[in-house]
Design a protein around this ligand. Structure first.
Ligand SMILES: *[C@@H]1O[C@H](CO)[C@@H](O)[C@H](O)[C@H]1NC(C)=O
Ligand SMILES: *[C@@H]1O[C@H](CO)[C@@H](O)[C@H](O)[C@H]1NC(C)=O
Ligand SMILES: [Zn+2]
Length: 607
């Protein structure tokens, strides 16, 4: 995932809440929900599960419905093949071999940096050559059966041609690059960052999770399928960019254009890229594929004022004025709000439907908010942690219902004895799915227009002259608002979280989770010792990413983009983009199982 995005999942990555014992009422309710789900599973249809939870303490016994679309488990019809694959994955030799492959991929450093030059000019891109070479040797069946193409030299596209070219392909994506390791942190690593060391439970090193963990899991899955004689009906496209951590323009950007030319718009059945995983939320398990992504805008505020010697200064220099503007911006963010169209709202509905530990008040608000705007507003307050204590909130929730802002860069002045002629600051905005770059621009313009007047500055906001320097109103300088790097991005189109594609994804996750929960062996024994009930149930809930992945370059290809890595927080050692990044081998093998099962399920699904 992109740099500022390590907590971009809906789920807490490091400290999943410890489940409490479910109440009897909850258990009974859950049983009812499971029965509803089972009924739909047997009839093989999408199940819009409606859980009827009694509101206690109310005067009447009326119950309000919370809705969360669920689907039954889905297994491929070729059970002989699936069993053979699962048997192979359970072999200890397979575990060792897989750990070795992931470790070897980590040992080939593929760091990217901001400000890298063009491919072919900046020789630092050449580090992908050994990685490509290694892939060829490590996955011989993939390379002998799939067509390999390179795009912009280092982008990788593999195509496994299906027998029916009339079917839309399945696309699995990931990125080859990793974020750099701070040299100063080298000694903080338990095992060196590019060691790929396997200690029997964890594969250590930069990229073991983000995103070689994803890329290698896909490659192992496809290699296994080829070896077992699987022949696809629907084509499978694997696409691996090489600069995701630096915005993905050269890698996925080029691959996106290449595939659009080849297949056209809306030509891919579904696309799975890195993203959120599965985890416990308030007492129940959820897979939360990212169906949306926030947008962004880096807004630059430039203050131009007259220079001069600083021995005869005005009361406020350009820096002083800029400081005042920054204070104004920080004091007036776009107010967060919860809307029913935000996928996060659907996440809340799911949590109310299935999580036993949702506080009673919150559950009531989630239900009531379907009809009542007042309840909706209160629910938003709960997420923002503004309601009374004792009411727990989801750590990532507030950012998902907000357009966030952060003043991340500032510069001004060149010398102590010279008045600064130009000072600027850049405000990073992560834009809520309910807003857009235009909304942020309008907000800043409105906010800073009176400020410009107050400081006697002309104002040029995002290309429009708001107030000019005129003879009757002379200005002392100018304020110019711009898109700092020309990188504004709309929030991603929201992927439908119901319908055939969602059902195949959800059904696959349910099948895989029931067979393999991905828990590291030591975590599993600790949980069992603590008397925890390791349920094999998992629910689907739409998630949303607070940052961006390479998928922004693939929007025209399909409406069904899922940012989903079949990983769980217990199997992610210490998180992304930081010291001691490590992948739990069981977690990794569950991901291999997920990709394998997904390929088989999608192959026979009507999409
Ligand atoms: C299952 O897949 C294998 C390929 O691995 C194939 O040989 C076999 O015919 C398939 N069985 C069915 C019932 O389609
Ligand atoms: C702005 O201009 C007016 C009129 O020339 C002047 O009275 C005022 O002091 C100026 N304010 C600032 C902050 O320069
Ligand atoms: Zn990544």
């Amino acid at each position: 995932m992109e740099k500022l995005n390590e907590k971009g999942e809906i789920l807490p990555t490091a400290s999943a809440p410890v489940p409490k014992r479910a109440s009897l009422i909850w258990r009974l309710t859950k049983l009812a929900v499971v029965c509803v789900a089972a009924g739909y599973f047997l009839s093989g249809h999408l199940n819009l599960a409606v859980a009827h939870l009694p509101i206690r303490g109310g005067r009447s016994s009326t119950s309000l419905a919370v809705t969360c679309p669920q689907t039954g488990a889905l297994a491929p019809s070729n059970t002989t093949l699936l069993d053979a694959l699962y048997e192979q994955f359970a072999d200890p030799d397979f575990l060792t071999k897989s750990a070795e492959l992931l470790g070897a991929s980590v040992r080939i450093p593929t760091e990217t940096y901001d400000g890298l030059g063009e491919v072919g000019e900046d020789e630092r891109w050449e580090k992908f050559a050994p990685f490509h070479e290694w892939l060829e040797g490590a996955f011989p069946s993939v390379h002998s059966t799939l067509k390999k193409e390179t795009v912009n030299t280092w982008g990788l596209v593999y195509t496994w041609e299906g027998s029916d070219s009339g079917l839309k392909p399945l696309m699995l994506t990931g990125h080859q690059d990793v974020v750099p390791v701070e040299e100063k942190t080298f000694d903080q690593w338990t095992h060196p960052p590019f060691s790929g060391y396997f200690d029997g439970e964890w594969v250590w090193g930069r990229g073991s999770c983000d995103d070689k963990g994803g890329l290698i899991a896909i490659m192992i899955a496809i290699e296994s399928l080829v070896k077992q004689g699987f022949v696809p009906t629907r084509s499978i496209v694997l696409a691996f960019g090489f600069d995701e951590e630096a915005s993905g323009m050269k890698g996925a950007g080029a691959i996106g254009k290449f595939l659009l030319e080849r297949y056209g718009e809306d030509s891919i059945a579904l696309l799975v890229d890195e993203g959120a995983g599965y985890s416990e939320i308030m007492g129940a398990m959820y897979a939360t594929p990212g169906v949306g992504e926030k947008g962004y805008l880096d807004a630059r505020l430039t203050v131009n004022t007259k220079g001069g010697h600083s021995s005869t200064p005005p009361k406020h220099t350009g820096i002083g004025i800029l400081a005042s503007l920054v204070t104004t911006v920080e004091a007036n963010p776009i107010p967060p709000r919860l809307t029913r169209t935000n996928p996060f709202y659907s996440t809340l509905q799911c949590i109310a439907a299935y999580s036993p530990d949702v506080p009673k008040k919150a559950r009531h608000l989630i239900k009531a908010s379907q009809k009542s705007d007042k309840a909706l507003a209160k629910l938003g307050e709960w997420v923002l942690d503004k309601l009374p204590p004792g009411v727990a909130v989801l750590p990532i929730g507030p950012s998902l219902m907000s357009t966030t802002q952060a003043v991340d860069l500032i510069q001004g002045g060149v010398k102590t004895n010279a008045l600064p002629e130009q000072s600027w600051a850049v405000v990073d905005h992560r834009i809520s799915v309910d807003d857009s770059p235009a909304v942020v621009q309008a907000h800043l313009t409105e906010l800073l227009t009176p400020e410009a007047t107050r400081w006697n500055l002309s104002l040029d906001a995002f290309g429009a002259v708001v107030s000019a320097d005129t003879e009757d109103a002379p200005k002392i300088g100018s304020l110019v608002l711009t898109d700092a790097f020309g990188t504004a991005l709309e929030p991603a189109p929201v992927t439908p979280s119901e319908g055939a594609v969602w059902s195949v994804l959800g059904g696959t996750i349910k099948t895989v989770f029931a067979h393999n929960d991905g828990l590291p062996a030591s975590v599993r024994s600790a949980k069992l010792e603590a008397g925890e009930d390791l349920s094999t149930d998992i629910n689907m809930a739409p998630g949303i990413m607070s940052g961006n992945t390479d998928t922004r370059h693939y929007w025209p290809l399909t409406a069904h983009i899922f940012r989903y890595a079949h990983n769980r927080p217990e199997g992610i050692g210490n998180g992304f983009h930081t010291v001691n990044e490590a992948m739990g081998i069981e977690n990794f093998l569950a991901a291999v199982e997920f990709f394998t099962t997904l390929v088989m399920n999608v192959d026979e699904a009507e999409l």
